[in-house]
Design a protein around this ligand. Sequence first.
Ligand code: SF4
Length: 720
Amino acid sequence: HMGPQKVDREVDSVCPFCGVGCLVTYQVRDPDPTGAVPARIISVKGREGPANEGRLCVKGRFGMDYIHSPDRITKPLIRKPGVAKDLSLIDGHTDWREVFREATWEEALTLATQPLNTLRQQHGPKSLAGFGSAKGSNEEAYLFQKLVRTGFGSNNVDHCTRLCHASSVAALLEGVGSGAVSNPVRDVEHSDLIIVIGSNPTANHPVAASWMKNAAQRGTRIVLADPRITDIGRHTWRNLQFKADTDVALLNAMLHVIVTENLCDEKFLRERADNVVELKAHVRDYTPEVMSAVCGIPADTIREVARAYASAKAAMILWGMGVSQHVHGTDNVRCLIALASITGQIGRPGTGLHPLRGQNNVQGASDAGLIPMMYPNYQRVTDQSAHDWFEKFWDTKLDDQPGYTVVEIMHKALAPESDPHKVRGMYIMGENPAMSDPDLNHARHALASLQHLVVQDIFLTETAWLADVVLPASAWPEKTGTVSNTDRTVQMGRQAVQPPGDAKPDLWIVQQIAQRMGLDWPYAGEHDGVAAVYEEMRQAMASAIGGIDWARLNAGSVTYPCVSADDPGQPIVFHDHFPTKDGRVWLVPAGLIPAAEQTDAEYPMVLITGRQLEHWHTGSMTRRATVLDALEPAATASMCSADLVRLGLQAGQQVRIASRRGEVQLQVRCDDGTPQGAVFMPFAYVEAAANELTNAALDPFGKIPEFKYCAVRVSALQPS
Ligand code: SF4
């Protein structure tokens, strides 16, 4: 698809994969004159954008032809009567015609919505739930949460933020009053030192990693703290390969050094921080010598790195899901907030806290209220004034109780009939919990047990196989809307080609469902009223995007907070105050909490799950992208050479990996960046789904599952 072909037109947009938010230009070939060959994106160029300056990674440059895959759903599908929701369908080998029949939109929308209305009438609003998507636009996220809150009648709405940075957001809201980043990635250019912790940026945020490497070339010292030493470790000053699950031990030891060696920024603490005495007292017990035995990093190295961070002119911390996806994920981030605060490494260029957001629009979808405890702009549903404001704004009665989160909704789907909050019907737009949730056996049973499931997607995902009605949606280049990247920059994506067959823009579909649930929404205009939806969202989020109107976004990217037309936007925040009630940061001491599941004689190794450069999340897009699939066609598990020798395995050999919840079979790959006693698996492959093994234990604050740690056994599948 990507060979040299005539380009008829170019369309400016944003990359649909990761949260870096690289700007792209699609090069489009118009339909041939007979109409037999529809318009196609034949190549993608990097465009000058604040996050990428023309750079793209392999996904952005070569991954876009998933939209032209013959697997696209092009008509609404209805489950045939009597076809059971058998989990074996999920392997994708069944012909879809045995399970579904094609339908008109009118029939499909009626059959999608009527059972939702019936369930709501018979069992109440909490019997329904919705998962929106961090892959869609801000406008889609906003309308989806509005549909659940005003149409379904509860706050049972969530999305994959629960699976990535929910604990980061919980700690950041508690500590600094804002869940977003303080400084953009490119600010590493102004840092003397950066700490990259729990992140593999070369694979997961490749263009962001390129700015880090450029900074290192100019003299910035990078500290990588991670149980796995990944590619960025070739560009670092120090690699802290700490034992998996011991983040708090390492970070508290660094805090101990800074406190006991009087390296704190006392002026900053006096003027801008609370709970300082308690934090300082708490970390006194965490000496590097004692914590070294826990985390495996020599005490001298802990001291050296702590001193370097505290004494740097400007130092920044960037982190990924290695920090957040633990039962102590919120505590991990509390420690990072404490580190930045006690050293005054925040509020200036080259400093601050940056949770690297995963999905292209997970920041925007969270901002737009696609979370069960908050309305748009992080207004708590339990806050009476926020509740009253939104009741008036949307002219309807609203539930004032937080809804259930992603994993809780799966539990509630399997609750006994007698449970008044049993979830019986769901609408899932652009998410794939049958691959992305922990303990997939449980999650898939939960989805299959629903009385009614509506799935809106571009492919028959693993989740869609369990649906009653499947609504064919649009891929990102087939619609217009805005997204917000990891830097808080709002950017415009534009339609380049038409959706295939009868597939429709998601914004249109959500409005059709809303109409059939009795809602009378007024959005009119081009692209299903997207600008009108944005304008309403702008009113609901005035303190963030109030100064960014649609015309301004059409002209270029803007970073919020931006509160008026002449406000240029604020890439760096917290200069002189934090957006907390008293303007000060709240420091929270963290203790050592072990992973929910420990290794033992039966399951002696630790499983760490994550992503790889070529594949995106559950693989539904990238495994259908020709170049990316050719580069990484099959599931592999990575182990270090010492473990391979110890277990009598050879690279390339098929192995069985089993946990208490399931087992998978796949090839083993040698990677000496993976620590001894651990195995790393990407979660993109249905034929060896890593999440069949993972543990659904939750962080109590962020309700995020522990994807980064569970106990497994690895054994040879056949003699080598
Ligand atoms: Fe797309 Fe992220 Fe790659 Fe940029 S770094 S091209 S946003 S996947």
